[in-house]
Design a binder for this molecule. Sequence first.
Ligand code: CA
Ligand code: CA
Ligand code: CA
Ligand code: CA
Length: 444
Amino acid sequence: MKSFLKSILTNYLAVASLWLGIGSAASGNLWIGGGGDNLWSNIDNWSQQVVPINAFADPRFGFDDPAGPFYPLTPSTDDDGPIGNNDVKLQENGTVTLIDDSVGIASAFGVRVGNGGATNTLMISGGRLDIGIDPNVDPSANAVGWHLQVGRGYPGFDGGPTDPNPKATVIMSGGEVNTNGVLIPEQFVNHNLEDPTDSEPLNGELIMSGGVINARWMNLGQLKGNGSAELSGDAVINIKSNVANDPSNGGHLSFNRNWFLNGLPVPSSGNVSLDIRDNAIINIYGHLSGLIQSPDVSEVTRYQSHVDAGELTADSGADEPTIFLDDTIGLLKICALDADFDSDCDTDDDDLLAWQTGYGMTGTPGDLTTFGDADNDGDVDGADFLEFQIEYGTGVSDDAQPLLGTVPEPSSLVLACCATMTVGGRRRLINAQSLTSSRSTHTG
Ligand SMILES: [Ca+2]
Ligand SMILES: [Ca+2]
Ligand SMILES: [Ca+2]
Ligand SMILES: [Ca+2]
């Protein structure tokens, strides 16, 4: 494993020295924001006057620069437009790049938000961003894509701004991102410094209130770079290897992974945090390791250690997330669902049964969470059913999409629950009806 990483690093540094000389102008397609809007699809917003295209030409390397370091690994020079057009760099301060439904499918070899120490934002409200390749592609294709960086380099790297403490942000409220890695941030060392590890840190932040990210791996924090993520609403992150029998990449969520300098690991020390709430879900299939190819109990322990360290939190830090391993299918989930009474990171009929069974119970707040007390106020009542109803169907399928198709009609749930009731049935029916009408009021 170490030698694998070392060779990656060596190759990378060789490439970097060729390709990204310090102080030289950045290669690639830079966001210049010259259009009348901030849409990805506007040709005038790009330095090459072409919207990044055709990252799928070779998902390993994506662009076909005959003078570039990766040539001749991508021997065709005519299948992806102008040279390097899809090596996307957002490295102006203060810009916002938008991908929405009107953009459709955006594709790129790499998307470097906050490149070279810029403070800027990528917003995704709809559409799709494919970086390298869809991780759900047929594994026999043996495809490897590239990365979404939320912060890349260090201040001044690659010709970027030199302001200290820059921050790159990705805000996602909808849409879909398919990428190899998500790095928040990808901090580099500045080899011009006497001690390269003194490089000024970057800050990266991912704020997801919706949408889906499919990635093979994701890391928060690198070297001194600080990384944070906030997942809320219906946000979904699926982490899954797309290469059969290749354990070198895939299925890994990490915090402060080691960097390597001259082949030796340099521990990372940035501030890292990942908070999850509402219906947001992280599904992790597999593990980035030559030793472990699918989640096992040690993975639960590893994620729990990040909970214990306060790096992995729920409900804006007020709670701890649920870490659930379904070892029948090798899937580890992280969630903070309020109506997941049996703590398996879904809200389904099992949880309805728990609420039905617990209905009417009272006790100490916090003690009835497994009996249907979704709002944690020490009773199991109609308000808890409302929570259940809102969450119903979340996290149920392997794909973690909204899955059951339809949320059960309140009336049918009431009938189902009350068919089993004898004493007290009338009160339950009234409660359920009143919460139905109150929900209608809220959701209008
Ligand atoms: Ca459940
Ligand atoms: Ca279940
Ligand atoms: Ca309650
Ligand atoms: Ca209550």
